[in-house]
Structures are given as C-alpha cells and as structure tokens.
Design a binder for this molecule. Structure first.
Ligand code: S3P
Length: 164
C-alpha cells in the first residue's frame, strides 16, 4: 500500500510524510526532491531557466515512473494534482490524503520559507487555494485538517483515519 500526501505549499506534506513513513516503516518519496535530484537544480532554478510548463512535464513524467511502486509514502508538490492524468495515477497508486489548511495557517507556515517556491511570485496563495481546493477535496480519500496542529497531531489524525 502507498500513502500519497497532497495539499498546498506550507501544509506540511514533507514533514508529516517523513513521520508517516517512519511510523509505518515505508519508503519516503518527495516528488520535489526527486525532481531536484534528477535535474541537478533546485525548483526555483528549473522555473527560472525553463518555466512552469517544463516543471509540470517533469512532475507528470515522475508520477508515471512512480506509478508502479509499492510500500511508500509519497509527498507531492502542491500543483501536481492540477493535471487530471496525475490525479488518476495517484488514486490508483494508493490512499490519497489531503492536508487541508486555511490561508492564514498556510501563510504562517510559509513565513520565511518562500525562497524555493516560485509559484508564490505573481500568484496569491489565496487564489491558488481557491482554484485547487475542490481538486484536492475530490482527489482525496482522507482529509486531515492541519490548522493549529503540530506535525505529530497531524500524524495521529492520519493514523486514526487510515486505521478506520
Ligand atoms: C508548487 C509547490 C511546490 C513545488 C513547486 C510548485 C505549487 O511544492 O512543487 O514550487 O504549484 O504549489 P510544495 O507544495 O512541496 O511546496
């Protein structure tokens, strides 16, 4: 079984994903980190040199590549679900968990860590969330609220939900 974490930037997918993988003794995969390693460039530089469309193509190629793995927790980039082909593959790969945060919580979590997040240049978090929220909700098997929670609170909620 795989567990796939989706949600906005700042929702804690990578932090919680690592905790979940440790707890369930599964591999941890972070799509952004994999793309950075495969390209030898940080995300911000990929956007700068080749643009968003190229980054989205890299994301989709990676999802296809990952589609046959098992026993992993996969943390996904916040915009990955915007391509419906990716969401179909993700849903077939395992249980999809949406880490749902309010704008104020997400903004708070992103304070001081927006450097490698090129989507925040020229896009408001608010608009991104409004557009993406229905897609996150429709794709998810499980929705976990993150507002005012620590990472270990979020982990406990996920464990409760997946053990139901
Ligand atoms: C993006 C989110 C980022 C990263 C890229 C684009 C987005 O990942 O994939 O900067 O479109 O929301 P995180 O959600 O891990 O920050």
């Amino acid at each position: 079984m795989n567990y796939i974490l989706i949600g906005m930037m700042g929702s804690g997918k990578s932090t919680v994903g690592k905790l979940l993988a440790e707890r369930l003794d599964l591999k941890f995969i972070d799509t952004d980190t994999m793309i950075e390693e495969m390209q030898g460039l940080v995300i911000a530089r990929i956007f700068e040199l080749y643009g968003e469309t190229h980054f989205r193509n890299l994301e989709s190629a990676l999802v296809e590549k990952l589609s046959c793995i098992d026993n992993a927790v996969i943390s996904t980039g916040g915009g990955l679900v915007m391509n419906p082909c990716n969401t179909i593959l993700l849903k077939n790969m395992g249980k999809v968990i949406y880490l749902k945060g309010s704008i104020s919580q997400l903004s708070k979590n992103l304070e001081g860590v927006t450097g490698n997040r090129p989507m925040l240049k020229g896009n408001s978090l608010d608009v991104l969330l409004t557009v993406r929220a229905p897609i996150y909700e429709n794709t998810a098997d499980v929705i976990v609220e993150i507002d005012d929670m620590t990472s270990s609170d979020v982990l406990s909620h996920i464990l409760d939900e997946i053990n139901k």
